[in-house]
Structure formats: structure tokens, C-alpha cells
Design a protein around this ligand. Structure first.
Ligand code: 5GP
Ligand code: MN
Ligand code: MN
Length: 324
């Protein structure tokens, strides 16, 4: 509660506020940025929504997504930067320059691997999503929710809980989501935009990913990968293919799932998921990334080819999985 009060006092003192999400933005990131943007704007703050990365096309079905700006040099410094859903400074891309320039920074996040890099930090891993924290904050600040704000805020709660399926779902998630639905958020619309909007090419990529599928540890560990040329073949970027790691986790025997996508030669994003007991955030942390116990990730850099570079990671996971 103390850190929420410190955050509110920072907001009250600021006039121009930058709300910044993380690179490779997901639904929680975009939802937190946009709902905080619209919420603070209704309190007559000058607010700029920011994410230093390309935003996946389906999110443009939601209002105000087109107003999100990327970093550019000569960025006019705000009084306050609020960083959402980001566990460490490297997650905000070019906006790290504002940290270096000494801009006052507040962090709102639910990752347990958060490094507390703000002047004030409201970090609470008990929340399902950063969007749920934004909801609580806007409620405390007496922001009135119209249909649009409710929709924007709902998106992150839905996506970060896998549409109310994951272990981060508790009664508070349903209570807050129910409030947002009462205020006018349309759950079926959000589900349709996010889940039923896939390109045919994604299925072809899935076929390639299935060809690379490996299963280890008596079925407890499943992993796969795609290289740059796979994506090029179908004209898709690696951001347009994000759900496959959850598909791997859905195999009955699987406890840990891993999926790596090569963004350029020598660099891949690795996504990790677990089902019941294995803490994948420890693996991600060991390789320079972060996340949650059941969902984490990191960037892998290497000299040779991706499948060989992955061997170190798979060995690391197998050793720990066999201990359990
Ligand atoms: P995803 O696999 O969907 O990219 O990410 C799963 C979770 O891990 C998310 O909560 C995300 O914030 C976190 N994560 C993914 N990649 C990285 C990374 O490179 N660094 C850190 N710190 N966290 C990451
Ligand atoms: Mn996120
Ligand atoms: Mn999140």
C-alpha cells in the first residue's frame, strides 16, 4: 500500500507523463499502457503512451493503439515516466535513454524477477497481470470508467491469465474482470480479436515447428524452434507466431515447454512455460532474462546454428527437471 501511495503522489506532482511498456509487447503490456494512458488523461494529465517495438496487427482492432509512440532521439523529456509490465530496464528498448537522463521513474509490475529500477516501485507478483494493478490504481484515483477504458483495461487481465485458465487466476481476477464487464468491456470481442484472428501462414509455420519437435525426460520436457528462413518462407515475423509454446505445454505428459524463434542469425527469443511445479523464471534468469514461475523468457545469442545453441539450455533444464 505504501508504494501505491508513493506512486499516486508522483502522479499528482507530474503534469506530463510518459507511460512506457516493454519490447515484444504482449496483451498485458498494450492494455496497461493504453488504460493508464486513457485513465490519467481523464484526470487532465498530458500523457504519452509508448512502446519501443512494432505492435502486432490484431491490437489495432482496439481503440487508441495507433497513438502509441516508439522511441526517437530528441524525445521531449516528461516529468514522470511510468514503466509498466517490465522487469528490468533492458525491457523498454530506447526509452532506457530517459532513465539515463535522470527522468523520474515509477514502475508498476507483477514479475517476481523485477529489479526495482524506478524511483518508486509498485511490484506485486500476487497480481495476475499489470493491467489488474492499473485497474486497482485507477479505482483508487477515482477515475470513472467508460466502455472504452473498460475494454482496454480488460484485455490485459484476459490475456495474461490465458483467458482465465492459468494458476495466477484467483477470485480477485474474476471480481475485477466482472467490474470491467459491468463498465462495458466485451469479453467475446476481446477473445475473437486475440484468439480467432490467425493467419493461414501461421499454420504452415506450425507444421515446420512440429517437424523440429523434441520430447525429453520421459515426456516431461517438450521443445521446438524455428529459424529465420522458416519465417521468411511465409513472410511472417517471429512476433506473429507466439502461441506455440502453450501448445507444447498442453501435451499431457509435459511439465516444461520451450520454444525458440530466431529473429536474426545469431539471436533468438526463447519462451518457457511450465505446468505445475517447475520454476521457469529461474532458467530465464540464468540466461539473462526473466518472468514468472510458469511463463518466462530470454534472448539467446550464439555463433553457430540455433539447434546447437539450444543444447546448453536443454541440458540446463533437463538436469533440473530430473532432480524433481
Ligand atoms: P514470452 O515467452 O511470452 O515472450 O514471455 C513470457 C514471460 O517472460 C513474460 O512475462 C515476459 O515478460 C517474460 N520475458 C520474456 N522474455 C523476456 C526477456 O528477454 N527478459 C525478461 N526480463 N523477461 C522476459
Ligand atoms: Mn508482458
Ligand atoms: Mn504481465
Amino acid at each position: 500500500m505504501r508504494s501505491v501511495n508513493a506512486l499516486i503522489s508522483e502522479i499528482n506532482q507530474a503534469e506530463k507523463i510518459l507511460v512506457c511498456g516493454h519490447i515484444m509487447p504482449d496483451g498485458d503490456c498494450i492494455s496497461s499502457v493504453l488504460s493508464l494512458y486513457m485513465g490519467l488523461r481523464s484526470l487532465r494529465k498530458r500523457v504519452i503512451p509508448a512502446v519501443d517495438w512494432k505492435i502486432s496487427m490484431e491490437y489495432y482492432n482496439f481503440p487508441h493503439t495507433g497513438e502509441i509512440v516508439r522511441y526517437s532521439r530528441n524525445f521531449e523529456l516528461p516529468d514522470l515516466m511510468i514503466v509498466v509490465d517490465s522487469s528490468s530496464p533492458d525491457r523498454i528498448g530506447g526509452f532506457q535513454e530517459l532513465l539515463k537522463a535522470g527522468v523520474r521513474t515509477a514502475v508498476i509490475d507483477h514479475h517476481k524477477t523485477n529489479t526495482y529500477f524506478g524511483n518508486v516501485n509498485w511490484v506485486s507478483p500476487g497480481y495476475s497481470s499489470t493491467a489488474q494493478m492499473v485497474f486497482r490504481l485507477l479505482q483508487i484515483m477515482d477515475v470513472s470508467f467508460d466502455q472504452e477504458l473498460a475494454l482496454l483495461n480488460y484485455i490485459g487481465i484476459a490475456t495474461d491469465t490465458g483467458f482465465f485458465r492459468y494458476t495466477n487466476v484467483d477470485s480477485s481476477v474474476f471480481e475485477d474482470a466482472a467490474c470491467l464487464v459491468k463498465y462495458g468491456a466485451d469479453p467475446a470481442f476481446v477473445a475473437r480479436v486475440i484468439l480467432e484472428n490467425r493467419k493461414l501462414e501461421e499454420f504452415y509455420l506450425e507444421r515446420d515447428a512440429l517437424e523440429n519437435l523434441e520430447v525429453r525426460c520421459s515426456g516431461k520436457f517438450a521443445y521446438s524452434y524455428l529459424e529465420k528462413e522458416n519465417f521468411e518462407k511465409y513472410g511472417l515475423s517471429e512476433e506473429e507466431f507466439s502461441g506455440f509454446v502453450s501448445e507444447l505445454r498442453s501435451i499431457a505428459s509435459v511439465e516444461v515447454a520451450m520454444f525458440a524463434s530466431e529473429s536474426k542469425k545469431g539471436e533468438a527469443h526463447v519462451s518457457l512455460r511450465s505446468k505445475r511445479y517447475f520454476d521457469v523464471s529461474e532458467v530465464a534468469k540464468a540466461f539473462g532474462g526473466g518472468g514468472h514461475e510458469r511463463a518466462a523468457g530470454f534472448t539467446l545469442t550464439y555463433d553457430g546454428v540455433l539447434p546447437e545453441a539450444l543444447e546448453e539450455v536443454t541440458r540446463f533444464i533437463i538436469e533440473r527437471l530430473e532432480e524433481k
